[in-house]
Each structure stands twice: as C-alpha cells, then as structure tokens.
Design a protein around this ligand. Structure first.
Ligand SMILES: [Zn+2]
Length: 271
C-alpha cells in the first residue's frame, strides 16, 4: 500500500514543458481530478520508461504523489498512444487543436468528466477515421456545451419567439439565435442560414460518429466555421494558437495521409 499522498489518475497529456535537463512538467486532463500539472522526473533522459507516457496526445494511467508544490508522476502506463494520429500531420494537428481548446477552457482542479470522455472519444475517432472540418466544428460546438456555453438555438434569445425557417441570425455575444426583427438592433448579429441552423441543432444532439456523416457544400461549411469560432472566441476571450496552423495546413492542401509528422509546429513546443 502506498501512502495517502499516492494517487492514480487516468488522463490525457495536454501539453508539456521542460524543467532542467532531465525532467518534464506535464499538464494532464484527467477523468476524476480534472486538469493539473505534475513533474515527470527523468522523462527527458534517453531510454526513460516514463518518457513515452508523457508525450502529448497520450492517454495513460498515471501514478502520482501529492506534494506541496507540483505533484510528481512516478509511474505511467499507456492506455492509448493514438498511433495513427501521431503519424499523420493533419490528424496530429487536429488532435493538438482539440487539446488546446480543452486546455484553454478549463482551470486546474475542476473535474469535468463529460468533457474528459468527450475529448477521449474525439481523439479515438480522429485516430481511427481521420479528421475533417465537420469533426472540428462538431468538437468546438460540443466543447461549448460541455463548459456551460451551449448556444441557444431553440427560440430567439432576445424576444423568445420561435424561429421561422427563414434567414435568422446568430450572436455570439447574446449566446444564440436571433429572429430577423431582433437581429436588426444587435450589432453582433451575423446571418444564419436555414441549413446552418439545422446542422447546428443536429450536432448538439448527436454523437461524433453520426455528426461526421453530414456532407455539406463548402459555403455551408465556411458559414458554420465562422459562426462556431465566433462563439469559441467570445467565450475564451482569446485566439487558439493552433488554429492558425490548421488553417495554413488546410490551405496548403497538406491533408494527405502521407504527410509525415516529422516536425512539431512551433506553437506546440515547450514554453
Ligand atoms: Zn426576436
């Protein structure tokens, strides 16, 4: 039996940094303890048994010791290393984007089990079947839901009227959809097509593997991207660094499965 300071946590490595020549500081998002950072001693040493388990985008079981300052990770077992995801630049970038979104929208020590399961499921799905704009939009939208900022799409958020099947609007500042009358007096309102409203409502109710079956025209995809990211930006009050990288990758059409994840983008290196 370990001491009362020992505990075990199953979690996903969101990011890591370096301490000294041999150690790493690892930020985990765990099922039961929420997010926390801990020191993985010796993890940077060649051949360290701890090293592979504390790589980013790894799901593992971590044996930890509570300390007054940062806790210590003493042992770890990899539960899923998401190997397909890590050997494909696009998939890996999407996975890192998902992790950065979760990291940016959570605080230390506040467990959010539904969000944890959601992130895990998303990484498994990206690892299994790849990632596209639909998966990214779905992830952003449902992340908002899991952190308490579910867009309100049932009725007009201003007057409460039911939304008719016409062009309505969406306001990130108001937290949801607006009828045409109310949209006129809301500077933040952006046009919301009937199709976009339908897709958003559908995504708020379904699972990722079902959501990704929605095939859409580029115009609708762009509209959804703009709407959902405005919500994300409004809630987090900051840009997500890795998003610019994703946009660049997409525009350079590096989306083939043969891309090699040989270099880690700069935004993702240890601070
Ligand atoms: Zn209204």
């Amino acid at each position: 039996m370990g001491s009362s300071r020992d505990y075990q946590a199953e979690g996903i490595v969101l990011r890591h940094g370096v301490i000294g020549e041999r150690d790493k500081i690892v930020t985990l998002f765990t099922r039961d303890e929420g997010k926390f950072s801990a020191v993985a001693r010796g993890a940077r040493r060649p051949g360290s048994s701890l090293g592979p388990s504390v790589e980013m985008l790894t799901y593992g079981r971590f044996q930890c010791v509570r300390r007054r300052a940062l806790d210590l990770i003493t042992q770890a077992t990899i539960l899923d290393s998401f190997s397909n995801l890590k050997t494909d630049l696009w998939r890996m970038s999407c996975g890192l984007y998902a992790c950065e979104l979760v990291d940016s929208s959570t605080v230390d020590g506040a467990p959010n089990r539904p969000l944890f399961e959601f992130l895990l499921e998303a990484l498994m799905e990206i690892d299994r079947a790849g990632c596209d704009d639909t998966v990214l939009r779905f992830f952003e939208l449902r992340l908002l839901d899991h952190i308490g900022f579910r867009p309100s799409l049932g009725c007009c958020v201003s007057c409460g009227a039911s939304l008719r099947p016409v062009e309505n609007s969406l306001s990130a500042a108001m937290g949801g959809a607006l009828c045409p009358d109310c949209a006129r007096s809301c500077p933040d309102a952006k046009a919301l097509s009937v199709s976009a409203l339908k897709v958003l409502r559908f995504w708020l109710e379904c699972r990722l593997d079902v959501a990704r079956r929605v095939k859409m025209e580029t115009a609708l995809s762009c509209e959804l991207e703009e709407h959902v990211y405005r919500f994300v930006r409004n809630v987090l009050q900051r840009d997500i660094k890795s998003r610019a990288w994703l946009v660049r990758l997409r525009s350079e059409a590096l989306l083939t499965s043969t891309s090699e994840a040989s270099t880690i983008p700069r935004w993702f290196e240890a601070e």
